[in-house]
Ligand binder design. Sequence first.
Ligand code: NAD
Length: 407
Amino acid sequence: MGSVAVAAPVALGGAPIDEGSARGGKVNFPAIHAGTERPDAPPPNQAPPTRRVGFAIMGLGRLALQNILPAFAQCKHARPVALVSGDKDKLRIVAEQYGIPASSCYDYASFDQIKDNPAVDAVYVVLPNALHHDAVLRAARAGKHVLCEKPMATSPEEARSMISACAKAGKKLMIAYRCQYEVYNHELAKRARAGEFGAIQFIDAINTQNQGDPGQWRQKKALAGGGSLPDVGLYCLNTARALLGEEPEEVQASIFSPQDDPRFAEVEATVTFMLRFPSGIIANCATSYSAHEHRSMRVLGSQGHAEIDNAFAYEGQKLRVTRRDGMAEASTELTLGQKNQFSQEIDHMAQCVRSGATPRTPGEEGLQDQIIMAAIYESARSGKPVKLAPMSRPDAFRGPMQPEETS
Ligand code: NAD
C-alpha cells in the first residue's frame, strides 16, 4: 500500500501564531481578509460579572423565556440576577437554568423585598400591558431602575404616573422599543436622515398577525388595553417617529372588527392610521390581528426609496435601497452584521444605568406613543382627524445612542 503524506502538526506550546492580543483591556485579532472585504467586527469586550448591571426579570412568559433571558448571553454590560413569577415550579426551573439563587427569586407578594437585594440594579417588566403601571411603581419604590416592555401602559395617565414615580425615586425608566436598537432599522434611519433618498415624502408601515385563542390576555381589554394597535401597530407608529425625529401634528384613523368573531369581542382587529408630520411627510400605517403575519416598512424620498422586509420581526430583516445609477435604476440589498436586538436594547439600558445618560427610549417616548394611540382611537370613533400638540425640537424625548451602537 502507498503511504499518504500528512502535514506535521504544529506543536502546542510553541510561539502563538495569529491568536490575537489583549491590549488596553481589549482582545484584538489581526485581519484575515483583504481590505476589499467587509471588516470583521471586533470580538465583544464583555464586562466581567461583577461589573455588569444586574437585572431582575419580572414575569416569566413567552417573551422572557424565549427571547429576553437567552439574549443576556450576548450582552456585554448586563446579566440576569433575579426572577419574579407567581409560579413556584417555573421559578425554580428557570432559576436553575440561569444559576440564580433561590434567595433572588420572588413572587408578586414578596416582590417589594427586592429593595434589600443589592445585586439587582434594574427590573425588566415583562407582564401583560395593564400590569406594567403597578409593577413600575413598585420597582421604583424599591429603589430600582426600570426597563418596561411596550406598550408602556394602557393610557397616557398611567404613563405619566410611571414617569413621575421613577423621577421621584431618582431612577431611570426606559421603554423596550427593540426596533430602535435593531441594526437594519437603525441603518435605514441613519441613511434617511443623512438625505440619501432626498427629501422624505412618505412612509408606509405594516405590522399584522393572525391571532388564535380568544381567551388569551391579548384579547381581553382589561389586560391588554386594546387590540392590534397597542400590541403590533405600535411598532409602525414608534418606528416612523424614530426614523424621522419629528412628531406627528395630526392623525386620522379607521378601525374594523368583525362582529361575529369571539377574538374581537373586546379588542379591535384592524386599524389603519395616517400620521401627518409638520414637514409635510405622511406615514400610512396598517395593523391587524386578523391578517397573516407581515411586517414591512418603506420610506419614499424625492431621489430614492428603501424597504425593510421583516422590519418589526425578531430576525430576518432585509434592507433594499433603490436609486438612479446613470441611465439605470439600481436596487441594492444590504447585508449588515447580525446583532441580537434584545441584547442591544438591554445593554443600552445597562450603559445608561452606569453612565447616568438618558436612555434613547425613555418613559417620555412611551408616553408620546400613548398620547398618539389615544388620538388614533378618538379619530376612528369620531371619523375626523385629531390634532396633536406641536413639538419644538427634533427627537424631543430621546436620549443619545451609546458610542458603540452608532459605529
Ligand atoms: P405571556 O402571556 O407569554 O407572559 C406574560 C407573563 O405574565 C406570564 O408568565 C404570566 O404568568 C404572567 N402574569 C402575571 N400576572 C398575570 C395576569 N394577571 N394575567 C396574565 N398573565 C399574568 O406574554 P408575553 O408575550 O411574554 O408578553 C409580555 C409583555 O411583553 C407584554 O407587555 C407584551 O406586549 C410584551 N411583548 C413584547 C415583545 C417585543 O418584541 N418587545 C414581544 C412580545 C411581547
